[in-house]
Design a protein around this ligand. Structure first.
Ligand SMILES: [Zn+2]
Length: 103
């Protein structure tokens, strides 16, 4: 799984969002990592930030940790860190999920 170039840049920029910490916390609590290395890298981002990673670790973080836990809403293409687990699970943001229910 990969990201388009602009998408990758937007994601990296939004690592600065306040909500990103909550997203990381959720990932760490779920303990659902491909390997201990993936978990260690995620903890390092949570504690010291993405910029503290080596370029190799940044790639592991983007493609091994974020990509499997990242999805855009199928209806409005929105993505929010605070709704990410919901969007990954249902395919829609909470707003569109509500709209679907009302249809
Ligand atoms: Zn939506």
């Amino acid at each position: 799984m990969g990201f388009a170039k602009e998408e990758k840049e937007e994601i990296i920029e939004r690592f600065n969002d306040d909500e990103f910490d909550g997203y990381l916390e959720e990932l760490i609590e779920s303990g659902d990592f491909e390997s201990d290395m993936h978990e260690g890298i995620t903890r390092k981002v949570f504690e010291q930030g993405y910029e503290s990673l080596s370029p190799r670790q940044q790639n592991v973080f983007l493609y091994g940790v974020i990509a499997p836990n990242f999805s855009k809403c199928k209806r409005c293409e929105t993505w929010l860190w605070e709704e990410m687990s919901f969007i990954v699970e249902t395919g829609y943001c909470t707003y569109c999920n509500q709209m679907n229910r009302d249809d």
